[in-house]
Write a protein that binds this ligand. Structure first.
Ligand SMILES: Cc1cc2nc3c(=O)[nH]c(=O)nc-3n(C[C@H](O)[C@H](O)[C@H](O)COP(=O)(O)OP(=O)(O)OC[C@H]3O[C@@H](n4cnc5c(N)ncnc54)[C@H](O)[C@@H]3O)c2cc1C
Ligand SMILES: NC(=O)c1ccc[n+]([C@@H]2O[C@H](COP(=O)([O-])OP(=O)(O)OC[C@H]3O[C@@H](n4cnc5c(N)ncnc54)[C@H](OP(=O)(O)O)[C@@H]3O)[C@@H](O)[C@H]2O)c1
Length: 473
């Protein structure tokens, strides 16, 4: 970039998941490059990153399964970005509650919404709200030690159904089927380990509404399912229609179809738990009663009609299960007063510029100067951590272009936002606070009877206390 019109900027980012952190880093680097290109450079950017949880990293901390430590490299690089100090982390502050969007807009040239997703998309079938019918996101939040969910989870039933054929369904099914002893070396919280140790689950049934060729899994995650100790995989020949790997649309699918096909001939090992994969099953009703909870689930059998589409056959099947987990996608977290597209579950936007529209139909709605979105709240709850980086690049390119073109309104209110939070007695946490909590959790892990890399602190108050303790000399 060579323009010389970039003013000094104050930018607020809402949400310290990967999308928010990448956005801060890319903005810092973009402005640094501009300063180098222009001399004498007076361009500056001050970035505040607001997070409603006491700790950073969003779904990396509260979504990624505890037995998936291989994303550690990404966490290290996000850590370095925040540790550089160019983006100021302000945790335990919920925008819309502790400070309003309007208050941010009057204090910053630009506000970027990066609030991601933490709850489940709805599945509108009878019985979905029965006792023991759960959203996968709630179970994930529990096993990842999210501070805002109950610390206990009922695992006293033998047969469970998981609806969905995405990676979240695989995570949930694996954690339900895996023996607790195999999760012990992970960073799983003690209350979660205790819950899993007492689990009565023997059979986990995963249901996809389309075929093996339409799965949204990824190969490593699927292969891993077949390697869980003392768990047999059960698949059904009748489901393997159009499942020839040679006809697969891409290499990933080819690999996965080979894995699935290999399971058709795999002998049972007599394992104490089983993981059943069913395809072409559309859920139509969760069975049971408000008094006794889930007792089963009814599906309509589907058949393929080409191009990955299916149609109902009119044949209905019931499975006796005592718990149901719907893993049919997440739903974006709105910010109070920001335009939200309820249908898509995203902040209404055009390539990251927020539009003043509440419905997708209003394509001509003007963008709101200085308000942006990035990550899952920008494009919906699909994609890996790495994808949030390209999201951020697009959003930041627009922000910088708007700044250069003079389309941003300078802040009307001066002063440090931390003073306002102090005035309101908001117990915000800082980057130093996170370093203290991080060190504390690692210490808990090192001194644990089964040495672990970390043991997560779950209660919010405790996290805040440990974090804020670092502020006291
Ligand atoms: C169960 C699960 C497992 C996954 N596992 C993997 C994996 O193994 N590998 C992989 O690459 N990808 C994985 N993903 C995908 C990955 O987590 C997402 O791509 C990524 O987290 C999206 O980033 P984000 O920053 O947009 O949202 P998020 O990670 O959701 O971060 C949003 C942040 O905003 C905060 N926030 C929300 N509202 C407010 C508010 N009002 N004020 C302040 N802060 C707010 C939230 O607390 C959160 O910290 C997984 C996703 C799920 C659901
Ligand atoms: N280890 C990892 O890397 C990891 C782990 C977890 C999540 N993630 C990523 O996070 C993102 C979100 O994952 P996700 O699993 O929540 O979403 P997803 O990949 O979009 O999968 C959602 C699944 O739910 C099904 N579904 C939706 N509505 C349904 C309905 N009404 N009835 C029955 N089934 C329905 C979908 O079927 P259709 O295909 O037929 O629509 C699909 O199989 C993905 O990009 C995923 O890869 C990655």
């Amino acid at each position: 970039m060579t323009s010389s019109n970039l003013p000094s900027l104050r930018v607020a980012i809402v949400g310290a998941g990967p999308a928010g952190i990448y956005a801060g880093n890319i903005l810092t680097n973009t402005v640094a490059a501009l300063r180098q290109a222009q001399e004498p450079g007076s361009y500056r950017v001050a970035i505040d990153l607001f997070e409603s949880l006491p700790a950073p990293y969003g779904l990396i901390r509260y979504g990624v399964a505890p037995d998936h430590p291989r994303i550690k490299g990404i966490v290290n690089s996000l850590h370095e970005m925040l540790d550089a100090g160019t983006t100021r982390f302000i945790g335990n502050v919920e925008v819309g509650r502790d400070i309003s969007l309007a208050e941010l807009q009057e204090r910053y040239d630009a506000v970027i919404l990066a609030t991601g997703a933490i709850r489940d998309a709805a599945l509108d079938i009878p019985g979905i709200d029965l006792p023991r019918s759960f959203g996968a996101a709630d179970f994930v939040a529990w096993y990842d030690g999210h501070p805002d969910v109950p610390t206990e989870w009922p695992l006293d039933q033998r047969e469970v159904a998981v609806i969905g054929n995405g990676n979240v369904a695989l995570d949930v099914a694996r954690v339900l089927a895996k023996h607790a002893v195999d999760l012990r070396p992970t960073e799983i919280a003690d209350n979660v380990l205790a819950g899993l140790e007492s689990s009565a689950v023997t059979d986990v049934h995963v249901f996809g509404r389309r075929g093996p060729g339409d799965i949204k899994f990824t190969p490593i995650e699927l292969r891993e399912l077949g390697e869980v100790p003392d768990v047999d995989i059960v698949v059904h020949d009748e489901d393997f229609i159009d499942a020839d790997p040679t006809g697969a649309a891409n290499n990933q699918l080819k690999v996965m179809l080979r894995i699935l096909n290999s399971w058709r001939t795999r002998e049972s090992t007599g394992a104490s738990r089983r993981l059943h994969l069913h395809f072409y099953h559309s859920p139509v009703e969760v069975l049971g009663s408000a008094e006794t909870g889930v007792s089963g689930i009814r599906f309509e059998r589907n058949e393929p009609i080409g191009d990955g589409r299916v149609r109902g056959t009119g044949e209905f099947r019931e499975f006796a299960v005592q718990q149901v987990y719907r893993a049919v996608g997440y739903y974006g977290t709105p910010v109070i007063d920001a335009p939200f597209d309820e249908r898509a579950g995203v902040v209404s936007n055009v390539e990251g510029r927020v539009r003043d529209a509440s419905t997708t139909g209003d394509t001509d709605a003007p963008v709101i100067a200085g308000l942006y979105a990035t990550g899952w709240i920008k494009r919906g709850p699909v994609g890996l951590i790495g994808h949030t980086k390209s999201d951020a690049m697009e959003t930041i390119a627009h922000l910088v272009a708007d700044a250069e073109a003079g389309r941003l309104t300078p802040p009307a209110v001066d002063g440090d936002v931390l003073d306002l939070l102090d005035e309101r007695e908001v117990a915000f946490t800082t980057w130093d606070g996170w370093l203290a909590l991080d060190a504390h959790e690692r210490e808990l892990g090192a001194t644990h009877e089964h040495t672990r890399e970390r043991v997560k602190v779950v209660p919010r108050d405790e996290q805040v206390q440990i974090s804020r303790g670092a502020l006291v000399p």
